[in-house]
Structure formats: structure tokens, C-alpha cells
Design a protein around this ligand. Structure first.
Ligand SMILES: Nc1ncnc2c1ncn2[C@@H]1O[C@H](COP(=O)(O)OP(=O)(O)OP(=O)(O)O)[C@@H](O)[C@H]1O
Ligand SMILES: [Mg+2]
Length: 113
């Protein structure tokens, strides 16, 4: 199992959720986050004075999926979250040790089917 963590623009959340659902990846968790990427998000400089670090509003989508669904999940997020400009976000992938469906006590890959 894999955990896919995607940090995207809030305006793209609806499209990403729809695209994942269309590809049979309906389960997800969404968390509002703030962050900064490679552009470091400095506010405008004022007379060369010290710059203030600012944070961008973003949304984090978390999907726990089977190994075989990984590329499908990444593709769905890339095509629905992208605008082709900087600030589109990032996708991180982790290994997942286990999953437990509380209602049935089923464990492992069966629990996320
Ligand atoms: N290496 C990182 N570690 C943790 N969070 C990150 C990292 N890179 C990006 N993020 C998160 O993703 C958000 C969006 O980042 P962003 O899309 O601007 O990435 P970037 O690395 O600057 O790439 P780009 O040049 O495409 O903008 C950031 O606000 C931050 O929350
Ligand atoms: Mg950036």
C-alpha cells in the first residue's frame, strides 16, 4: 500500500476529487494547509528593507491506495491540479505498513478495497 500526499491549489480541489473518483479512487482525506515552495514566498520588498516570509494557502489531499493504483492516482492528480505554472503543488509518496477497517476488523490491502 502507498500513501499519496498531494499539496495543491484550493481552487483545484473539486476537479482533483472528481478525477480520482472517475478512476475508482473514491477514498481521500483533505486538510487545509499553509506552506512555501521553491519560490520561498517572500512578500514584496519595501525600499530594500528586510523581507517578510509569507505562507501560501494550499490543500493537502491524502489517499491510501494499493501499489497497483499508484501511477493512476498520480496521473489523476497531475492532470486535474496542474495549470502549467509554478505553484501548482507537489506530490509525495510513502510506503504504508498497514490499514484497519474499524467496522469489520479487516486488515491490510483488503481494508482499502
Ligand atoms: N519540499 C517540500 N516540503 C514540504 N512541502 C513542500 C515542499 N515543496 C512544496 N511544498 C508544499 O507545496 C506547496 C506548493 O508548492 P509549489 O507548487 O510552489 O512547489 P515548488 O517546489 O515551489 O514548485 P514550483 O516551482 O512548481 O512552484 C507549498 O506551499 C508547500 O506547502
Ligand atoms: Mg513554487
Amino acid at each position: 500500500m502507498k500513501k499519496v500526499e498531494a499539496i495543491i491549489r484550493p481552487s483545484k480541489l473539486h476537479d482533483v476529487q472528481e478525477e480520482l473518483k472517475n478512476r475508482d479512487i473514491p477514498c481521500l482525506t483533505v486538510v487545509p494547509v499553509k506552506g512555501s515552495g521553491l519560490q520561498k514566498s517572500y512578500s514584496e520588498q519595501y525600499r530594500g528593507a528586510s523581507q517578510t516570509l509569507i505562507l501560501q494557502q494550499r490543500v493537502m489531499i491524502i489517499c491510501i491506495i494499493s501499489d497497483e493504483n499508484l501511477e493512476k492516482c498520480i496521473e489523476a492528480i497531475k492532470m486535474s491540479a496542474g495549470t502549467g505554472t509554478v505553484g501548482d503543488g507537489k506530490i509525495f509518496v510513502y510506503d504504508v505498513q498497514d490499514a484497519i477497517r474499524i467496522s469489520t476488523s479487516v486488515r491490510g490491502a483488503e481494508a482499502i478495497r
